[in-house]
Design a protein. Structure first.
Length: 303
């Protein structure tokens, strides 16, 4: 039921955004509005579908909801660690530039962090606890004996497939950022950036499908992609100035002005950050290597 409410809330945002665009079309930048509406619509469809499936006690809904909750929780924890580190400085800068008192800025920062902690940590943690419950699993098994494709895929691989799907879904937001794409020390935008992001979307879809099938080529492709991803992200963000990055984003450039003051000046900081990001994925891939088909490990039909 909670998933359906989340989906309904997202659809409500889409409707409100559409109404705002119709009431004040001159103030709306469709390059920003339309990608957001598309992203929220797809997410709403996902949550509502999973919610209905959960109410009907379908095994695929439980497996996918648990996988989504794990990905949501892990990324949420990382997001909140960064937020608790950066938001105080960000709000302090905002207070200075806007005339707010430091105390007011701290109060706003605390409130935002608490809200984000609920959305990014407590909510997905609740889903993990619920869908991992033996009672929920037993109910789904009794009401839906056929495991289906989701039930036959190991949970760790299914979670990885969901992560690929969410990564591909994020491409829907890229038009709002002028399709800016980091490419080995350069910033591609416009048609060139769009072509790269569409390639990322296609790669995510293929990897999600291959991972669910436990195909060895999906593992090797993901490992190669992790190395390439680190190389292109680290080489770009270690050399490109924040002003150039934000300017390339087009209509949203003004919203990122304050982040320029928090941008690490040392290239080694960027290298370390992207090493942790892509290195974590690579370590996870190495840990689940045996879950893929022979000669890497188990057969596809094994649970």
């Amino acid at each position: 039921m909670v998933e359906i409410l989340i989906g309904a809330a997202l659809l409500g945002l889409v409707v409100l955004t559409a109404i705002a665009v119709m009431l004040a079309p001159a103030m709306a930048d469709l390059r920003v509005v339309l990608p957001s509406m598309a992203l929220y619509t797809v997410l709403a469809a996902v949550f509502i579908t999973l919610g209905v499936g959960s109410i009907r006690a379908r095994r695929w809904a439980r497996e996918l909801s648990l996988s989504l909750a794990w990905v949501w929780l892990i990324t949420g924890v990382i997001t909140m660690v960064v937020a608790w580190l950066l938001l105080p400085d960000l709000w302090r800068e905002l207070a200075v530039t806007s005339g707010l008192s430091i105390a007011a800025a701290r109060a706003v920062s605390l409130g935002v962090n608490l809200l984000l902690s609920f959305v990014y940590v407590l909510l997905p943690a609740g889903f993990v606890v619920f869908y991992r419950s033996p009672d929920v699993a037993a109910t789904c098994h009794a009401r839906d004996p056929d495991p289906g494709w989701a039930g036959r895929c190991p949970q760790r691989l299914l979670a990885l497939s969901v992560a690929y799907g969410l990564a591909g879904l994020s491409v829907l937001a890229m038009p709002a950022y002028n399709w800016v794409f980091p490419f080995f020390g350069r910033l591609l935008s416009g048609p060139a950036g769009a072509a790269c992001w569409i390639g990322v979307l296609a790669a995510c879809i293929v990897l999600a499908w291959g991972t669910c099938r436990r195909s060895p080529w999906a593992w090797w492709s993901a490992v190669s992609g992790s190395v390439i991803g680190f190389a292109t992200a680290a080489s770009t963000f270690a050399t490109v100035r924040p002003e150039a990055l934000f300017a390339a984003m087009g209509p949203l450039a003004d919203q990122f002005g304050l982040f320029g003051q928090l941008w690490p000046t040392s290239p080694w900081t960027h290298l370390l950050f992207w090493f942790l990001v892509w290195g974590s994925l690579l370590a996870y891939l190495i840990a689940i290597r045996k879950l893929f088909d022979p000669p890497l490990g188990l057969s596809r039909d094994e649970p």
